[in-house]
Design a protein around this ligand. Sequence first.
Ligand SMILES: Cc1cc2nc3c(=O)[nH]c(=O)nc-3n(C[C@H](O)[C@H](O)[C@H](O)COP(=O)(O)OP(=O)(O)OC[C@H]3O[C@@H](n4cnc5c(N)ncnc54)[C@H](O)[C@@H]3O)c2cc1C
Length: 400
Amino acid sequence: MAGIDYEVGLSDTERSVWETVHRFAEEVMRPAGIKLDAMADPNDVIARDSVLWEVHRKHRALGLDDLTGPNSDLPPAQQARLRCLISEEMGWGDSGLAISLGVAGFPKMLAQMSGKPDLVERFSAEDCIGCWPGTEPDHGSDMIYYMNKLDVEPPGRPNCVARRDGDSFVINGQKSAWVSNGTIAKAGALFCTVDMGNGKRGSGGFLVPLDLPGVSRGKPLNKIGQRALNQGEIFFDNVRIPADYLVLTPEVCQAASEMILVNANSGMGSVFVGVAQAAFDHALAYAKHRVQGGVPIFQHQNVKMRLFEMFRKVQAARALSRQVVLYNTTSTRPRLHLAVASKVTATNTAFEVASSALQIFGGNGLSREYPIEKLMRDARASMIEDGCNDILSLVAAESL
Ligand SMILES: Cc1cc2nc3c(=O)[nH]c(=O)nc-3n(C[C@H](O)[C@H](O)[C@H](O)COP(=O)(O)OP(=O)(O)OC[C@H]3O[C@@H](n4cnc5c(N)ncnc54)[C@H](O)[C@@H]3O)c2cc1C
């Protein structure tokens, strides 16, 4: 049985969206993800003729973001349900690509938060792939650990500072090599230290076109998992932007960052439920046809029990992540600790289930000719992505 077979009361719209996304995940994302993962040089992932661009193009053509975005006319509970169905399927297809497609819309989301139609128009262009530069070489976990600590700046010098200069801000410094879509993005939702020039300093959230003079990029990062996801540094050398590109002023940035982290962690929960489901699906199919001792290995009691444990964990992670998205979408007070519970549970589950799947595949699980080792590498990266699970848990614990 596939995940969809356990859904209760799917509306016609929900079923049709699920079918569309599942087809996209199976026919477009999976083959592209496998192809991109196998590329030894991360420069090839973003080469002009790379399948990456086709994935982005086809995803845009589906118009999925508008279904659950601020302009959606669906009730919040239905948006929450669709968001889960869509993200789970995209994670099932390929998590690195799912993250690339998701983060591509961050500048548009920040522009929508500004409420300014000209900014929305400027940062919603069809082909405007975005990114979310937050972490810095000297501040990874710090960005999360100090997020909810009022009036406490992370120790040490910031690596990226925007300084007010008349009607502009001037940005100098760099963001870390981990910025997703970092070397390909056309616009950034940049979170950095801001010096307002009136004695006020703090964190700010800026919209930054990344084709401005003074912007340069690092090399695409070479890493263990989610290799389809382009990552790399962004450097700023006296980059000048209009003052109204500061959307989140220091007064509101902390609370807004928390809400963005709530959404990001909830989304990560759904995507990695999809990864766990993919690992389970592969292992179940393999166990039913791999014969040892004269029978399919599924008939050996230990293999069957391992598969049930995997199934149980996937279903538990799915139930939690769905409940969290529903609560946080419909509540007037979304909760970070719920979102973190979902992210940590789903990413740990994806890793555990992929590791169990590898055991079921035996030696073939270790081979790059089979899909499991990739899923395990992809899942491992997720336990650090959008905040190490340890730090997220520490921060979440404070609001219990
Ligand atoms: C796949 C992926 C995608 C990403 N995408 C983005 C992106 O789009 N934009 C972006 O800005 N960043 C992104 N990141 C960066 C990510 O948010 C950071 O890697 C993460 O926050 C951890 O920071 P770090 O790597 O510098 O590790 P560190 O902060 O150096 O942490 C190293 C270790 O020390 C522990 N530690 C650190 N501080 C404390 C503390 N105060 N108390 C206890 N333990 C501590 C951590 O738990 C960890 O185990 C991405 C990362 C990955 C892996």
